[in-house]
Design a protein around this ligand. Sequence first.
Ligand SMILES: Cc1cc2nc3c(=O)[nH]c(=O)nc-3n(C[C@H](O)[C@H](O)[C@H](O)COP(=O)(O)OP(=O)(O)OC[C@H]3O[C@@H](n4cnc5c(N)ncnc54)[C@H](O)[C@@H]3O)c2cc1C
Length: 488
Amino acid sequence: MDGYVTIDLSNMTQVNLTMANGGRQLTAWTGAGITNSLLVAELLTKGPKGVASLSGSCPSVGTGGFYLGGGMGNLSPLYGLGCDQVLAIEVVLADGSVVTADAEHYPDLFWASCGGGPGFGVITQYKVKVPVHDDPRITSFIVFFPADGGSTYAISSWQKFIAAQNGRNGLVLTGATLLPAAPDRPPVLLSSGMFLGPKEAAIKAINASGLLDEGGVMLDFAPPVEFPTFGHFMIDEYMRLMNDWNSQILVEELGHTWDRSSQAHFDLFVKLALQPGSLVSSAENRFWRWFVMNACYMVPELSPTALKALMAFQNSPTDAECAGSASKTNLTTATDHLCLAKALSNQVTWNHILGGAVAAVPTNATAFPHRKMLSPLCHEPGMPYGTYDRKGELLPSANITSSGGITYTYTPQLLVDAFIKRIQQFQRALLPNTPEIGTYYNYILPSLEDWQRSYWGSNYPRLQRIKAAYDPNGLFSKPFTVELPVRK
Ligand SMILES: Cc1cc2nc3c(=O)[nH]c(=O)nc-3n(C[C@H](O)[C@H](O)[C@H](O)COP(=O)(O)OP(=O)(O)OC[C@H]3O[C@@H](n4cnc5c(N)ncnc54)[C@H](O)[C@@H]3O)c2cc1C
């Protein structure tokens, strides 16, 4: 960006651990340039057996921005947000001084650093608490909640479970995706979950929790995994087992092979996601595409009307409307490309599931205002690989081959237009039917007009006062960061 300076912190990756209580109480001072995966690797090497880390789903994400926006991970219902683990920060202020802020020293600055986003100073080090588990075993599972006869009752019960008891007794729901109806089944919400402990205990905990009492169905358990450390599980198996359909590309990029246990889950997903009439199954396309645009909103429990509107979005255009497009191999019209867009990216995803320890913190106790929301709900279409040239310009024409071996020709620009149209349809389904909605700062949505309210809600005025106190001349300002208050 013209007129801005970027400070590169990526070499600040030191990790200094302090253990107390026989290694069960672990804290770490970490360089603010460290990525989630490097931090986990350091904890594994230097920490005790059973060490865990509050990281997100993707290893390349830096802890600096992750904590500043809040930081959601699969362990959040148990321990809170990433920033809830932060005990202190070392910050370079706009006047050049270096201070250490915590709950007692510079408490406003410390408050802002948990969800307020960047713009108050340059954080050089974080002091974080690190959970340690006596039992490193995790059992992961997938449950589903069908919308039989168009009823959203079972899905509503899943939402109520999150609000009432996610994270309780070691049982955590971590993510979900809405699958549109197929000829042989109704729409279903597919939710991943995990239990801290072995499978037998997981079954008991699930039965005792009432998770499946109102129409939920157990789909599958991942094969039991017993790793020497919880942390190891986090970066290797955990991502593959818990987020199969989300992390497949990443796993491959990391050089992992796709083992049989993960394949079994993936096959189930493909089976459920495959729809007759689709040009190419969206599940398969995750092998070779990447997100280019998204729309994510922090949502509370969705009303039946909102859920039905999202289901209608997933069915638009209908298979009947796409029958003509599916029968040709040269896709030329806007409708052809809308059908292709739907076939490639039809997901509605609860990217992380909150509740539990996240919701237990009052909304104004930190700058992160979405404590009572259930999840970021996302529609994230992505262009197939091979649609851009080396300069990043869209190619005039591209090909895509279905699993059945049929090659379709399409126009990438028309596909972009179709994705944008579908994002707007997603927004029209969700927003009018969900009055209490917000946006997660770390899933930035540049098209937002009221971004201040959407990112920070009623915490925004306090953030502005802190900005004025610590950065009165706006040295650390850039678009979509907390603004200085208007001088009267
Ligand atoms: C592939 C992918 C997966 C993701 N998965 C998750 C997830 O599972 N959970 C989740 O909560 N989020 C997730 N995110 C969102 C992620 O939290 C944000 O993109 C976050 O901003 C990343 O932080 P960064 O430091 O890597 O990014 P950067 O772009 O380097 O930083 C983001 C902002 O914070 C500022 N900043 C960074 N470090 C500092 C510092 N030390 N001091 C002051 N300002 C600083 C930067 O100036 C910038 O404005 C994901 C993002 C990606 C790309």
